[in-house]
Design a binder for this molecule. Structure first.
Ligand SMILES: NC(=O)c1ccc[n+]([C@@H]2O[C@H](COP(=O)([O-])OP(=O)(O)OC[C@H]3O[C@@H](n4cnc5c(N)ncnc54)[C@H](O)[C@@H]3O)[C@@H](O)[C@H]2O)c1
Length: 437
């Protein structure tokens, strides 16, 4: 099949490269000319494990190419995916759909024969109707069923997720569109992932419901962690104790500094707005979003408490800046409000991230960026693990102790166990000492 992917960011590039790897012919389009020029040379604009290999191999096999112009590729395509960004709209938190609608209008002008237009971007209920209206208004004579096919991949494990999905959701009631979608995903049938055919609106809402539920799970365990600290319980054991119940499941039960990233924060807020607009308020999700925002910045209190209450004049070494390991994505990373709070309280911040330094420099100012974890820890009063990169899992604590002003570790991801680090004052998440009410 001939496929066009509009938008070559995390989702567009991964999906495009994987569809090409399945054997389809894919053109990835992006407005960013620099991005396309680099991709043509095999230079990736993002960090995602194994993606460079997939892009280079499929480009070489002539199944994958890149373009800033969509007209030619769309005219020949069987399927055109919209995978552009849907960030929070400034001011009210609704999803900003201007990129989606602009892409729909551009696609419309280039359509020729029967072409299925598929929204892969995360979009609020009803967006597919609007995309269909835009196309029909501009080109009433063309035949272009509009499908919702939300993407569930996780950054850092995106290729594995795309090729081995838990499920594929296809929102369309058009029989021809169904056939095209079935053909596109046919190479996955070997692993038999469930394909759910739903209405378009159901598919759109399913994506938001999934993200809101996962965000709720994380926030739930984070609040339990707070309680653990007060009552003298261990959140790791509580999480294991409830996670082994397969009605609950063990995933997304790791207490930490709050969720971040390019999806959960904006998607929970957008879903809340949809609920309000339709007079079906989602009070649980409203609370989740508010609790999480407060938590991210509030992590500074943990660090202050570990240092006797005052951060002024203290040097804090922060390890890990991206919102999670194995990505360079800094969008809504918990490190941002935390570091801002630390500097607001008068601390000096030194920071290191294995992959995200370039992105971090664009959003964090007034801090020292260091070359590695040990350079970062030099003369620090506390070492804080914010993102659990693999390379922070076996640090040399004797070496760290010798170079730090105070041997204090604040482990916001519970990477270590307190008993592993004699000589260090260890502060994790949700591991309370026995205490009365
Ligand atoms: N990142 C994730 O983990 C993830 C997972 C699932 C779903 N999603 C959703 O997928 C969508 C895309 O997210 P992303 O992280 O890939 O975004 P991104 O910002 O990394 O990429 C979007 C790309 O679209 C390009 N673009 C915008 N308008 C364009 C146009 N008219 N023509 C061509 N290119 C255009 C931009 O230049 C950019 O490169 C969002 O709706 C997001 O919510 C993201």
């Amino acid at each position: 099949m001939r496929v066009v992917m509009i938008g070559s960011g995390y989702v567009g590039l991964v999906s495009g490269a994987c569809f090409a790897d399945f054997g389809h012919h894919v053109t990835c389009v992006d407005k960013d000319a620099d991005k396309i020029a680099r991709l043509r040379k095999g230079v990736l604009p993002i960090f995602e494990p194994d993606l460079d290999r997939l892009v280079v191999a499929n480009t070489r096999e002539k199944r994958l190419d890149f373009s800033i112009d969509l007209a030619g590729p769309v005219a020949d395509a069987d399927a055109v995916f919209i995978a552009v960004g849907t960030p929070s709209r400034r001011g009210d938190g609704h999803a900003d759909l201007s990129y989606v609608y602009a892409a729909a209008a551009e696609i419309a002008t280039a359509l020729t024969g029967l072409t299925v237009v598929i929204t892969k971007s995360t979009v609020p209920v009803g967006t597919g109707d609007e995309v269909e209206r835009i196309i029909r208004e501009l080109r009433p004579e063309v035949d272009a069923p509009v499908v919702s096919n939300p993407e569930f991949l996780r950054e850092g494990a995106a290729i594995q997720d795309f090729k081995h999905p838990d499920r594929i959701v296809v929102g369309t009631e058009d029989e021809r569109a169904r056939k095209v979608m079935a053909e596109l995903y046919r190479p996955l049938y070997l692993n038999q992932p469930p394909i759910l055919y739903t209405s378009r609106r159901t598919a759109e809402l399913t994506k938001y419901a999934a993200n809101a539920f996962l965000a709720t799970k994380i926030t739930f365990i984070n609040e339990i962690a707070e309680l653990c600290e007060k009552v003298g319980a261990d959140v790791q054991q509580v999480a294991r104790g409830i996670g082994l119940d397969n009605r609950i499941g063990s995933k997304f039960l790791h207490a930490g500094p709050g969720y971040g990233g390019s999806c959960f924060p904006k998607d929970t807020v957008a879903l809340i707005k949809t609920g309000q607009d339709y007079e079906a308020p989602l009070r649980i999700v409203e609370t989740v979003a508010a609790v999480n925002e407060a938590r991210k910045r509030g992590m500074f209190r943990k660090i202050a408490a570990a240092l006797g209450g005052n951060l002024r004049g203290k040097t804090i070494a922060v390890l890990g800046l991206t919102f999670k390991p194995n990505t360079d994505d800094m969008r809504e990373a918990p490190s941002i409000p935390l570091i801002t709070a630390l500097t607001d309280m008068g601390a000096t911040v030194r920071a290191y991230d294995p992959v995200g330094m370039e992105q971090a420099r664009q959003v964090l100012t007034g801090i020292d960026f260091c070359d590695g974890p040990y350079a970062c820890a030099e003369n620090a009063d506390a070492l804080v693990i914010v993102t659990e990169w693999e390379q922070f899992r076996a640090l040399d604590f004797d070496r760290l102790k010798a170079m730090m002003r105070q041997a204090v570790l604040v482990d916001l991801r519970n990477v270590y166990r307190p008993e592993e680090l004699p000589g260090f004052a260890y502060h994790g998440i949700g591991r309370g000492r026995e205490a009365g009410p």
